[in-house]
Design a protein around this ligand. Structure first.
Ligand code: ADP
Ligand code: MG
Length: 330
């Protein structure tokens, strides 16, 4: 046994296998799973880089592992898929202790267990650069039912799940007023322990209404633009209808910031934004109610040049497409 093997083995403590379709589990050269009959595969990956996506100052190791999986779950949810298997590639600098990496895995396993996801493999390297975690997540969906950004049609209702802006408000608190974090636990949790809307995504995919859907990773403005451009339609969103929490508004007031800016451009809410026919909206609202999930109609789809308009106090103006863009300064 060499050190690397012992290190990898130590990371696998606490891992659960949630599927009976695993033919060769973690520990061989590659994992082998039996595909589910009559299901299409959904595949995604997301990377987190220290200082770019998280700071040690604001995120505990467990939070990092949790959030890494959530960002991937959210992409699977936005396609209407059921998440299944994950692979995690890690590039570890010498400044990170083994115990800290183990803690990241513990956070990841917590989130994996809540979502019945099984880690079936990964890769481990050292790096002279920052800690880099790249997770690949598989999922499945009925053939032809995956949710697309391109399905929005004039007359559709625009909806959003949950509340928006809380993650940005939580980050603001952690960075600027960490002493107040006990006073706003829901905001801190929205930033450090977000949950993906997997069950609503699945409902949408199986609903038969062919809704458009996207997940809110970069801010509701950017995601609404993605739907508008992919579908060739105009989205009109009423700012006053955006579901903001009282806590988010309170922190914004204290910070002398506009809470709607956090909602439009903050990102990392991991909620779903979508569009659906009015009769589908009625059914969606009922289904969400039964699952105790907040869902809000925030606007409508119109024919026209692809764009997003924000309506506030009866006035309409076009909404900028900005959001977090890693290549903005190149
Ligand atoms: P190989 O040299 O054949 O690529 P490794 O020694 O890298 O094999 O990996 C051995 C086993 O451990 C494989 O099943 C691999 O998927 C798994 N593994 C390696 N690194 C990680 C990691 N960071 N997280 C989870 N599984 C890992
Ligand atoms: Mg390897």
């Amino acid at each position: 046994m060499n050190d690397e093997f012992a290190f990898i083995r130590s990371l696998l403590k606490g891992r659960s296998a949630w599927s009976d379709r695993i033919e060769v589990d973690i520990g061989d050269d590659a994992a082998v799973v039996v595909p589910a009959p009559e299901r299409s595969l959904v595949m995604t990956c997301d990377t987190m880089v220290e200082t770019v996506h998280f700071l040690r100052q604001t995120m505990s190791c467990r939070d990092i592992g949790w959030k890494l999986l959530t960002s991937n779950l959210s992409d699977i949810a936005a396609m209407g898929g059921t998440p299944t298997f994950a692979l995690l590639s890690i590039a570890v600098p010498f400044s990170w202790q083994t115990e800290e990496i183990q803690e990241i895995y513990r956070g990841l396993y917590q989130c994996a267990d809540e979502n019945r996801v099984t880690l079936v493999g990964g890769d481990t390297v050292s790096t002279p650069g920052p800690l880099t975690l790249s997770l690949t997540l598989l999922g499945e969906v009925s053939p032809g039912n995956a949710l697309r950004r391109s399905s929005a049609k004039p007359g559709d209702v625009v909806f959003v799940t949950g509340t928006v802006g809380d993650s940005a408000a939580g980050l603001y608190l952690l960075l600027h007023h960490p002493q107040l974090k006990e006073d706003f636990p829901t905001l801190v949790k929205a930033h450090t322990r977000p949950a993906a809307q997997v069950s609503i995504g699945k409902w949408l995919a199986e609903s038969g209404f062919n809704p458009a859907c996207d997940d809110i990773s970069d801010g509701i403005a950017g995601e609404a633009w993605e739907i508008a451009e992919a579908s060739g339609v105009k989205l009109v969103i009423e700012q006053e209808k955006l579901p903001l929490t009282a806590a988010c508004k309170e922190v914004a007031k204290m910070a002398e910031m506009d809470p709607y800016e956090w909602a439009w451009f903050g990102g990392e809410d991991y909620q779903l934004i979508g569009t659906i026919r009015p009769d589908g909206w009625q059914q969606l609202r009922q289904a969400a109610l039964e699952e105790n999930i907040l869902i809000t109609a925030i606007g409508r789809v119109e024919a026209g040049e692809p764009c997003v308009e924000k309506e506030t106090a009866g006035k309409r103006m076009s909404l900028q497409q900005k959001g977090y863009n890693h290549f903005a300064d190149r």
